[in-house]
Design a binder for this molecule. Sequence first.
Ligand code: DGY
Length: 313
Amino acid sequence: MDKPRVFITRKLALEPASILGPGIEIDQFDSEDPLPRARLLERVAQASALLPILGDRIDRELLDAAPRLRIVANHAVGYDNVDVLACTARGVWVTNTPGVLTESTADLAFTLLLTLARRIREGERMVREGKWLGWAPTQLLGMELRGKTLGIIGYGRIGQAVARRAEGFGMRVIFTDERGGVPLDELLSTSDIITIHTPLMPETHHLIGAAELLRMKRGVLLINNARGPIVDEAALVAALQSGHLGGAALDVYEFEPKVHPALLGRDDVVLLPHLGSATRETREAMGRLALTDIELVLRGERPAHPVNEVAAK
Ligand code: DGY
């Protein structure tokens, strides 16, 4: 009998063979670059398991091209790139990587927050470009964190980890979440800094649009290292251009990896390339969780981190 094959769509932070047993054939696109869609559809044809990243769209077309598939082990905690209902209908498990990226993602949210509030980019550039002529009392004045209100949209593991950091900085924390907290309107109108940590779902697509941005206090700072489409990027640009928003720090984009061109030249914006979980420790742990779930499913067992429920095949 043929060995079951796993197709891995990128280079990982650990060797797949260090987790997968010899009974599984590994096919990997061992690169940081995206695999063109047509090649992805070809490579999944014989796969019993697929390990995609958040940039790979796992939809009906892909599932049709992969008739042997038993598991999609998404290398991310978010799984908005996967049509979970279509997977379930075909008896394909979907798994994610919860827990292991909480601290690294909260660290990065706080890095964005401090970088924006303290105008780190502008200061760094001034020094590197030889434009710093010496200390001055009014130079690059930012926002002090102590006593300010941080509004956290989405109070799951990552939102709570951000709150712990904010408390250490003497901030007052409020949050909104389907499980409680304050109403979104109240959070928008009372926060000095707002940070987004909710998953992308139909209900959170453009959760922050023109109306919500207008409800925010003038000068508010907005942080997003959750998912780009939660914020209407065109409305964000307009709110920055009008001066209503004091600044934005983004790790994610509505049309990732494309960035709205109007954001690129702005000094009141911090832009990172989706680095939330990018520590060696976290990326190794994410790979380990995804590969372990593949091993379990290909052995006929239940995965440890399922996001759907399928009948045994
Ligand atoms: C996730 O896991 O959903 C992040 O966006 C990437 O680590």
